[in-house]
Design a protein around this ligand. Structure first.
Ligand code: SF4
Length: 429
């Protein structure tokens, strides 16, 4: 069986894809990126925003047109929240809601009666799925969330917190390492909640991975700012834990944060950012901001712009608020008109661009290792391209012609690239 896997939305959905790909391969199926020749297509959908819903539908229709004989399995938040509507539309062989995702491969194999070849028949290197960079693996370690932020649909779709046990995660990373993966990213719906059901904390997991695997780089996915475990900063003394943290702020106005039912206020966030920068020199802090949450006044938005500028982030992911049925915020009064949401998003984009420029400038002259992912934009004559430990993109100029993919190279950060988005790196003489 030839199987194609596609993910929309967050890194977590991509992490799940990696797990399924491995499980399909263990059963002897071949994982391929060519959906037109696939016997089975699995689509891991997303419903966090209306745009994500639109894209999920689009990918589904395109797949049905491109390969009418393939059997189609749809999972993810869109499949969970719109089960009936999707079932009525037809053309889908199996819908797997989020609660049953952990058994997706088993269920698909059983329900669709898929023939599996013996393990030894697997083509070597068949996993071309992650051609965009086999050096980085997203490891799903946690699912579900105990909190109920007013805008968040993910928590409704994913249920209670569940953590993968330490040995399972360590094994997966060691397997990836043996296959040439140089960087593991820990992902979860609510990563900071890892271990809540095991009587452990995220620091236990990170410590075990650093001690029991040889993975050269370990990164953390998005972490809610109120949940950093005790002893967290000490872990960064190990240079294999990358100095980058994505801490979703969502708003820089305390009254909006209260309405959002967030657990962290601005003064706590500011303390946390200061501590991060003292304890982990050179750390890159990035965040999420929602523009136009219900009832957000001009004054509250101004507070957000000022607070974000005061903290200074290397990158800001900006979301214009879109109501998701079933969430508390969707029924709140004073929904903000679309044009105002757009205007606020534009203002935040401008600020984010300026802050990114400042962050890149602050790195000039540093000597750091970059992990080369390939040629920029995948062009054969593009610059070699990779990320610094603190997750800033760097383009390597005047490099030798040899293939540098997946190499950790010590470089000097010499300039800002004319694209304004990345650093120019040179090899030391
Ligand atoms: S903590 Fe994160 S996952 Fe949980 S409800 Fe809030 S935004 Fe959603």
């Amino acid at each position: 069986m030839r199987v194609t896997l596609q993910a929309l939305g967050c890194r977590l959905n991509e992490a799940e894809l990696e797990t399924w790909a491995r499980q399909f391969q263990q059963l002897g199926h071949q994982v391929t990126t060519d959906e037109t020749s696939a016997d089975l297509v699995v689509i891991n959908t997303c419903a966090v925003t209306q745009e994500a819903v639109r894209k999920s539908r689009k990918v589904l229709r395109r797949t049905q047109r491109a390969n009418p004989r393939a059997r189609i399995v749809v999972s993810g938040s869109f499949a969970t929240l719109e089960t009936q509507a999707l079932a009525q539309e037809g053309g889908i062989d199996l819908l797997i809601p989020n609660q049953e995702k952990d058994h997706l491969v088993k269920t698909v194999t059983a329900e669709l009666d898929l023939p599996a070849m013996p393990l030894s028949a697997m083509a070597a290197g068949a996993n071309t799925l992650f051609a965009r960079g086999r050096q980085r693996a997203f490891i799903k370690v946690q699912d579900g969330c105990r909190y109920r932020c007013a805008f968040c649909i993910v928590t409704l779709a994913r249920g209670d917190e569940r953590s993968r046990p330490v040995p399972e995660v360590v094994d997966e990373i060691n397997r990836g390492s043996a296959e040439g993966v140089r960087e593991a990213v820990l992902a979860g719906v609510h990563l900071g909640g890892w271990g809540s059901d095991l009587g452990l904390g995220l620091n236990n997991l990170i410590g075990a991975i650093l001690a029991e695997t040889g993975i050269p780089r370990l990164r953390l996915g998005s972490l809610e700012p109120w949940e950093l475990p005790d002893g967290f900063w000490d872990l960064f003394a190990n240079p294999r834990l990358m100095p980058h943290l994505h801490l979703p702020l969502q708003s820089g106005s305390d009254s909006v944060l209260r309405r959002m039912a967030r657990r962290c206020r601005t003064d706590e966030f500011a303390r946390l950012a200061a501590e991060a920068r003292t304890r982990v020199p050179g750390i890159n802090l990035t965040t999420d901001i929602i523009a136009g949450f219900p009832g957000e006044t001009d004054d509250e938005w101004r507070q957000t712009l000022d607070f974000v500028a005061d903290i200074g982030f290397g990158q800001v992911h900006i979301f214009a608020y879109s109501p998701r049925p079933g969430t508390k915020a969707s029924n709140m009064p004073d929904q903000v008109p679309t044009e105002i949401k757009r205007q606020r998003s534009r203002e935040m984009h401008d600020l984010a661009r300026r802050m990114k420029g400042e962050t890149l400038t602050s790195q000039l002259g540093r000597q750091l290792p970059i992990l080369v992912e390939g040629r920029h934009s995948g062009k054969p004559d593009g610059d070699w391209f990779g990320y610094t430990p603190n997750y800033l993109p760097a383009r390597l100029v005047s490099a030798p012609a040899a293939d540098l993919t997946n190499q950790l190279l010590q470089v000097e950060l010499a300039a800002i690239h004319p694209d304004g988005e990345s650093l120019v790196a040179t090899l030391p003489p």
